[in-house]
Design a protein around this ligand. Structure first.
Ligand code: GLC
Ligand code: GLC
Length: 814
């Protein structure tokens, strides 16, 4: 069953009923000011950092689900009947409802008693505010008198503190009202120099800023007293819970519409310009007033909206495909690319599954995110890589997370996730191949953000490799530390205390547990660094990294091979994990993917064997599960992985992030049908028909789909913020469609299904549009290349002549 449809022409997903299986969300904002918005206008907003600068309040674990957001109540004066323009929070049965999630905007339309309301929410480019652009239309043949009530609940900035520190927080709220703009200024009197504002384009007949006055005692947002009575109370919040609400009176003749704009925004003042007049406690509004004035005018809103749309088109233009498969087209051309931009912005911080206070920017996560968006925004990829490298430590290890506002490594989480530093090489390699900008390697970057410790980014990459080499175990395989990519394989922790973090509890053991996954990742990274060194004319280094990769490959083929597949690890007792000798967890997906991607076992049939084992034992109709058999009981020597009920998360769920590794591995072995089949299993658009089971949004990937050991096999969770976005994008565009940047030009090496007759791709690379036509003439993957009518040896389109506008490429697949 579906709950909507893709409007491919308008670049929107259209939701046609409000009670989707879970709230289906979208993101607004591209830089600094961000908002999460659900299909019924739920969600919250923040400036830069979802934990430290939360603008509006949202309660996770809410009942009914998803009730706090950007609400507009509509009340008919004559009857006193009221409802919501976006279904929530009154949940009135509407005569018509649609939600259109687009790129950086969401439009919710409702119709009730012949009154239509259409609200578009978006954040203008380069502004720190969001627009609620409402048009209300009277479709009756009589005129109607309506009262509108807007509503937002303010957060007291630090979302963690806001949700816990009530003895203080219930005393500090402050607001100001000037020219009918509501200013939220809690703590402005002391150490903050920022405030929020909530403005309305129409004359207001009243307002409210104290939640208790707006709601009335023991009422929910579905039945606020003020709305029920049709009269704002003009409350001024002091302490308790500050909100913003405007009352607007409207009289609409038959067939007439009215457009009303609300603005919710954030602004900062310089320390010495905070107050006006100086010495008072009033916010100095000189800077913010012109901004408010500008965006309360509809012509400026229209312009800002068009600019936003244009900028998205610009990003997406970089890679557009036309294949025989509709799901592929819409994911690559739009939704997957869009999700990559969102994961880049959010890392794993704020979604409907990530509370915005738990995790900052992940080191390994953010480096992998770069792989999916670097072609759209190389400059910001550059900045991100340098920020990440600045949280690396002198020994090459890395902080596992950092806070986006401070860009400092998170001490509470620390380091010792031994795969972390290697991902920095992968992101840098992707940036270099895409942009050709080798100057990044000479950038001076500190360690742990400490001034005086700067060295070149190139040296940071070298330290990443050294970190692995300095942390090797008894089989000459890399030590795992707290965990590798699989955060839940905690071989050194032996946690038995409830509530203790499986990742950051004191290490009980070290020096024995080794990871074959890290070994594979090391080979991949060392080969990349060897190529970088070659390009950077550090030929000796290049040799050395190549040699290190070879040596590690050989170790993996020996101590890391279980007979039919790659082992997963050795535990703290030196016993194998992911081996036929184990009762549970015999075969794990991660090393099969990463080792084949690294080129290990390609020559001696081991790679093929490993992938066959994955196909036989791990592939299901809902994707490839993480391991088999699932762990049926908790085992302290393995950690969190065995804490989950079988089929969930890392305990044999379909952990979607890993599936594209297998797609890539299959493509490397030339198995296009298998690779593409795996692609389709977890492709959100291809799962739209089973939305009732899948539950999450059909336009973005989720982190996890319940595995076959779970009763609800096929049910997805944790949508949006997952490395799945970047890796699937890489798998489909670079390995299945096979168009990938190299140092010498764009390579075209498709490994597509046998029954495709070809596809086309338009790819802007190094500023030049490459129009690539792939035509299947035989059943294989062999490529014959013609560039601007000239035959070219091999599969790489030479770097384009920059004076050209475009290059025409014909690829015959034989
Ligand atoms: C989560 C984490 C990621 C980790 C994965 C597997 O998605 O964000 O860093 O690799 O889980 O445990
Ligand atoms: C939990 C999750 C895992 C995630 C980790 C991050 O362990 O299961 O997916 O990576 O938390 O801290």
């Amino acid at each position: 069953m579906k709950f909507g449809y893709f409007d491919d022409a308008l670049h929107e997903y259209v939701i046609t009923q409000p009670d989707t299986p879970l709230p289906w969300i979208n993101y607004l904002g591209t830089q600094d000011y961000y908002a999460i918005i659900s299909n019924t206008a739920g969600g919250y907003s923040f400036y830069q950092d979802a934990r430290l600068r939360r603008i509006s309040r949202y309660r996770y674990n809410n009942i009914p689900t998803d009730t706090n957001g950007r609400y507009i109540y509509i009340r008919e004066k004559k009857t006193g009947e009221f409802w919501s323009a976006t279904w929530q929070p009154t949940r009135t049965e509407l005569d018509k409802y649609t939600c259109r999630h687009g790129l950086g905007y969401t439009t919710i339309q409702s119709k009730f008693l012949d009154i239509e309301a259409v609200t578009t929410y978006f954040v203008p480019k380069d502004e720190t505010l969001e627009v609620w652009d409402l048009t209300i239309t009277n479709h009756r043949d009589k005129s109607v008198s309506l009262s509108l009530f807007s509503f937002i609940e303010f957060n007291l900035w630090d979302a963690m503190d806001d949700a816990t520190n009530f003895q203080r927080n219930l005393n500090i709220a402050e607001v100001e009202i000037e020219d009918q703009v509501i200013y939220h200024k809690t703590e402005y009197r002391e150490r903050r120099n920022h405030f929020a504002f909530f403005a309305c384009s129409e004359p207001v007949s009243g307002f409210d800023t104290q939640r208790s006055k707006f709601l009335g005692p023991y009422r929910g947002l579905d039945r606020p007293l003020v709305v029920e009575q049709g009269k704002a109370s003009n409350s001024i919040a002091l302490g308790w819970s500050p909100v913003g609400s405007h009352q607007v009176e409207l009289k609409l003749a038959p067939g007439k519409s009215k457009r009303i704009i609300f603005l919710l925004g954030y602004s900062e003042n310089r320390q010495d310009e905070k107050f006006d007049p100086p010495g008072s406690q009033n916010i100095n509004k000189a800077k913010v007033k012109p901004v408010i004035e500008k965006y309360l005018q509809s012509k400026n809103i229209d312009q800002a909206f068009n600019e936003l749309k244009d900028s998205w088109q610009e990003f997406l233009q970089v890679c557009q495909v036309n294949t025989p498969d509709e799901d592929t087209n819409r994911m690559v051309n739009l939704w997957n690319a869009y999700q990559c931009m969102v994961t880049f912005n959010m890392s794993r911080s704020a979604s409907y599954f990530e509370s915005g206070i738990g995790r900052g920017m992940g080191f390994r996560d953010s480096n992998q995110d770069v792989l999916g968006f670097v072609h759209m925004l190389p400059d910001r990829a550059r900045e991100r890589i340098l920020d990440l490298a600045s949280t690396q430590m002198e020994d090459g290890g890395a902080y596992h997370q950092y806070q986006p506002l401070t860009k400092r490594g998170n001490d509470a989480v620390g380091g010792d996730f031994n795969d972390d530093p290697l991902w920095l090489i992968l992101s840098t390699a992707a940036y270099l191949k895409e942009s050709g900008d080798f100057s990044i390697l000479n950038e001076m970057v500190p360690f742990d953000n400490q001034p005086g410790t700067e060295s070149t980014l190139y040296e940071h990459l070298q330290r990443s490799i050294e970190y692995t080499l300095n942390n090797m175990g008894p089989h000459d395989l890399p030590l795992i530390g707290r965990a590798d990519w699989n955060d839940c394989l905690n071989l050194n922790i032996f946690s038995t205390q409830p509530g203790e973090s499986f990742q950051t509890a004191p290490l009980k053991e070290s020096g024995t547990a080794e990871s074959i996954f890290i070994a594979g990742l090391f080979v991949l990274a060392a080969k990349e660094l060897s190529q970088i060194a070659e390009q950077f004319r550090r030929f000796e280094d290049a040799q050395q990294y190549k040699f290190a990769a070879e040596r590690m490959s050989n170790t993996v083929l020996g101590a890391g091979w279980d007979g039919e597949w790659f082992l997963r690890a050795y535990d703290a007792y030196g016993e194998p994990v992911g081996s036929q000798v184990n009762k549970e967890g015999q075969l794990f997906i991660e090393p099969q993917g990463i080792c084949v991607m690294a080129g290990i076992g390609l020559d001696d049939g081991k790679a093929q064997k490993a992938l066959d084992a994955v196909n036989e034992r791990l592939a299901t109709t809902h994707g490839i599960i993480l391991h088999q058999p699932a762990f049926t009981s908790y085992q302290p020597r393995l950690g969190e992985i065995s804490s989950y009920p079988p089929g969930y998360k890392e305990n044999a769920g379909v952990f979607c992030h890993t599936n594209p590794w297998i797609m890539i591995a299959e493509a490397i072995l030339g198995n296009g049908d298998r690779a593409f089949n795996y692609y389709k299993l977890i492709c959100p658009s291809a799962r739209e028909e089973i939305s009732e089971l899948h539950k999450c949004e059909p336009y973005v990937y989720a982190q996890m789909i319940a595995g076959k050991d779970a009763p609800n096999h096929g049910e997805a969770k944790n949508s949006w913020l997952t490395g799945t976005a970047a890796w699937n994008y890489v798998a489909i565009t670079q390995w299945i469609l096979g168009v990938r940047p190299t140092y010498d030009g764009l390579e075209v090496a498709p490994v597509i299904p046998k029954d495709w007759d070809g596809f086309t791709m338009e790819r802007i690379f190094r500023g030049v549009k490459h129009v690539i036509h792939v035509v299947r003439e035989g059943e294989g993957n062999q490529v014959e290349l013609t560039v601007d009518d000239e035959p070219v040896e091999g599969s790489i389109i030479p770097l384009p002549d920059l004076s050209k506008e475009k290059v025409e490429v014909l690829v015959r697949l034989l």
